[in-house]
Design a protein around this ligand. Structure first.
Ligand code: C2E
Ligand code: CA
Ligand code: CA
Length: 399
């Protein structure tokens, strides 16, 4: 059977490569046997039979061969080229690249030691700038991960709340909970930096639950403050949920337990999912059903710039669309943008969805979006994200 790989034939005793040779490939032993030994031939390092892998270290670091390989019998080898591995390695997590780099240097130095020279391979920590950069990034990532883990157990992770207003009345009708991390040395770190790391490491599951619980508790306090004023609104709370959380067994049980314990009506919670999540169509449909069965509202976040398109709106029953900030930002500079906002406004009305315009930064934008008849607005000109005490103070004054 052809493997599609280039094959090389060696007679018994013939050399496959010698210590010090340049290297850019590895080999699979298809038949026969290969002996790997130190350059002086005094020590046999290994004997590789059919089905085994040979010369693979070069695939990882491209350094010269640090041992000699000789066919022990008539042998057929398939060649694996360095290119096949290089791009994969370059795309790998910097932590893995770092570990591989360090291991390779240590292993080659050990081999060198066996052969009487010693220690010519630079570990990545002292190697050329590119490798060193990856090494530093790898270490930094591990440090950040540890710090994020620790942050969860201290009070470094906080939640701020950004009001959303009903554009027609200008009154606050709800909030979006946004997490913030106060790193002990680096100060405030944006969620754009740490949410990705949290998703990658699975820490988002615990962080998300923490945010969910905080946000629900605050919603109760905000509602009480609002009720204390004349004509208080029934407020909602938007909470960002990542795909990793939905996929976690027990996610729905956990959030249900929280709202039951706090006595919160689930229809006042809007779970925000970003459009990029909708790529996994079958999964999102199941999650959406689960959310609705429990009574939660679901908002499609960053709508219009992701991948879902209108086809998904046809079949997935979101309750709210959050128009991506990019539309609002360009509504005066790009006439197509304004036309699309108009179209999405009438579409969401027709579909019975609430529409939120995000990223409203100026009075001009606010006025124009209000005139278009968009339901809700969110942005710096309405209010910045604030801590709970600031929100409570504003609500008490009748916002
Ligand atoms: P998002 O869900 O689209 O949240 C809105 C972001 O826009 C927030 O950034 C908010 O501070 C910012 N923003 C609000 N108004 C304006 C405005 O007028 N102009 C501009 N330029 N920006 C505005 P933030 O807080 O940095 O959060 C960034 C993203 O991080 C969020 O985007 C969300 O995707 C994610 N995120 C934040 N907290 C959480 C969380 O607890 N869980 C998850 N899964 N993701 C979160
Ligand atoms: Ca959001
Ligand atoms: Ca958004």
């Amino acid at each position: 059977m052809s493997t599609g790989l280039e094959r090389e034939h060696y007679q018994a005793g013939e050399r496959v490569f010698a210590s010090g040779d340049e290297a850019d490939c590895a080999y699979i032993v298809e038949s026969g046997r290969v002996r790997v030994e130190t350059a002086d031939g005094k020590t046999v390092i290994g004997s590789i039979e059919a089905g085994g892998l040979l010369g693979e270290m070069a695939l990882l670091d491209g350094a010269h061969r640090s041992a000699t390989a000789i066919a022990d019998a008539d042998t057929v080898l398939s060649v694996i080229s360095g290119d096949q591995i290089e791009s994969r390695l370059a795309a790998a997590d910097p932590v893995l690249q770092t570990l591989i780099g360090v291991l390779m240097a240590r292993f080659r130095n050990t081999l060198d030691g066996m052969q009487g020279s010693g220690g010519i391979y630079q570990a990545v920590e002292t190697a050329e700038p590119v490798a060193n950069k990856v090494f530093q990034r790898g270490l930094e990532k591990v440090r950040m991960e540890n710090a994020l883990r620790a942050a969860l157990n201290t009070d470094q992770l906080q939640v701020v709340y950004q009001p959303l207003s009903a554009l027609a009345s200008g009154r606050w009708v709800g909030f979006e909970a946004l997490s913030r991390w106060h790193h002990p040395d680096q100060g405030w770190i944006s969620p754009e930096t740490f949410i990705g790391l949290a998703e990658e490491t699975g820490l988002i599951v615990s962080i998300g639950l923490h945010v969910f619980e905080q946000a629900c508790m605050r919603l109760q306090e905000f509602q009480q403050a609002s009720d204390a004023c004349k004509d208080g609104e029934t407020l909602f709370m938007g909470i960002n949920v990542s795909g990793r959380q939905f996929a976690e067994p027990g996610f729905f049980d956990d959030i249900k337990a929280i709202i039951d314990r706090l006595g919160i009506d689930p229809t006042r919670i809007k779970l925000e999912v970003t459009e990029s999540l909708v790529i996994d169509y079958a999964a999102i449909r199941d999650w959406l059903n689960d959310c609705h069965e429990l009574g939660f509202q679901v908002a499609l976040d960053d709508f219009g710039t992701g991948y879902s398109g209108f086809q998904h709106l046809l079949e997935l029953e979101f309750d709210t669309l959050k128009l991506d900030q990019a539309f609002v930002r360009s509504m005066f500079s790009n006439h197509r943008s304004l036309q699309m906002i108009k179209a999405m406004t009438s579409m969401s009305k027709g579909l019975g969805l609430k529409l939120v315009a995000e990223g409203i930064e100026t009075e001009e934008h606010l006025t124009a979006l209000t005139e278009l008849g968009i339901d809700y607005g969110q942005g710096f000109v309405i209010a910045r994200p604030m801590d709970a005490a600031q929100i409570l103070a504003s609500l008490t004054k009748g916002r």
